[in-house]
Design a protein around this ligand. Structure first.
Ligand code: CP
Ligand code: NVA
Length: 331
């Protein structure tokens, strides 16, 4: 019987290239997004036509949630099973993470047992720390600062509705010169839109109440030419190709809820804002939504809204993302 090597984890073959993580949108290049978006379209088509796509057989995803979730949990869990893999679900309350086990130790242990990790947590520094101690790829499933999987889905959804080229393929080049209007909080979603605009060559019109502005240093963007700030949300929406918003109070900021309700009253996306945008403008919201607060029902439930496609597409883009982080470019 041949000797079994000791101390060599099955997930890290000797001589393997460095592990890639997806902690923020700027972790990938425009060329990588071009591949990922095409691949996600291919994977989605297979799902819709009931063709098996088992590229991650025997792979295990650990999902760590320190905040609530519906879409992120279902899309990652269903997606991993659909690719032939399996999932471990952890929360702060039901793991040692909630009893102050150091993040470095948690990362070292969990990443010896699974092939890929998705984390939803508070500070970006926590996920960075986990990744620095992980032997396997780590994906950001939302932090206070960023939500890259959501913006990947939003861009896929925009292209699906507006950006197919003459061969019917999603064409990221179509984004160049387009305008996204961000109405609301300068939060994790806004920061990630700024990163996406910087990389993919479109522009973001940002309108937030005073005191809730985006911060270029937090957003981590190289230059300010990809966004423009407007005091008036109507002006931000003028001529936009996409109008998008998010809750006034993000998870972790609940203590500010009443102050935010007062400050954000004029930052509710309504029919007038949609009329200020281009006639064929789309409306997006990452969900969950509060009708009557950040968006009126007539908009989110109206003909320009693509929020249900946007939610579903989380699963398709994340399948492409997990496959890319584990297997590289295939197909
Ligand atoms: N959009 C989003 O991330 O939804 P969940 O909070 O339900 O995961
Ligand atoms: N900005 C929101 C997004 C929820 C998906 C939050 O962080 O709570």
């Amino acid at each position: 019987m041949s000797a079994v090597p000791i101390g060599i984890p099955s997930t890290v073959p000797q001589g393997a290239p460095p592990v890639r993580h997806y902690l923020q949108f700027s972790d990938f290049s425009a060329d990588e997004y071009s591949y990922l978006l095409q691949r996600a379209a291919f994977i989605k088509h297979k799902f819709k036509t009931f063709v098996r796509h088992h590229t991650l057989v025997d792979r295990t995803l650990a999902m760590i949630f320190e905040k609530a979730s519906t879409r992120t949990r279902v899309s990652f869990e269903a997606g991993m099973y659909q690719m032939g893999g399996s999932v471990v679900h952890l929360t702060t309350g039901d793991s040692q993470l909630g009893r102050a086990e150091p993040i470095d130790d948690s990362a070292k242990v969990i990443s010896r047992m699974v092939d890929i990790v998705m984390i939803r947590t508070f500070e970006q520094t926590k996920i960075e720390r986990f990744a620095a101690n992980s032997r396997v790829p780590v994906i950001n499933g939302l932090t206070n600062e960023f939500h890259p999987c959501q913006i990947l889905s939003d861009i896929f959804t925009f292209l699906e509705h507006r950006g197919a080229n003459s061969e019917g393929k999603l064409d990221p080049a179509f984004l160049q010169g387009k305008t996204v209007a961000w109405v609301g909080d300068g939060n994790n979603m806004a920061n990630t839109w700024l990163q996406a605009a910087d990389i993919l060559g479109f522009k973001v019109h940002v309108s937030t109440p005073g005191g809730y502005e985006v911060d270029q240093s937090v957003a981590g963007i190289r230059a300010s030419h990809s966004y423009q700030v407007f005091a008036d949300p109507m002006q931000a929406c003028a001529g936009a190709d996409l109008v998008t918003t998010d809750v006034w109070t993000s998870m972790g900021f609940e203590a500010e809820n009443e102050a935010r309700k007062a400050a954000f009253a004029d930052w509710c996306v309504d029919a007038a804002m949609m009329r200020a945008a281009k006639p064929d403008a789309l409306f997006m919201h990452c969900l969950p939504a509060h009708r009557g607060e950040e968006v009126q029902a007539e908009v989110i439930d109206g003909p320009q809204s693509v929020v249900w496609d946007e939610a579903e597409n989380r699963m398709h883009v994340q399948k492409a993302l997990m496959e890319y982080l584990l297997l590289g470019r295939i197909g």
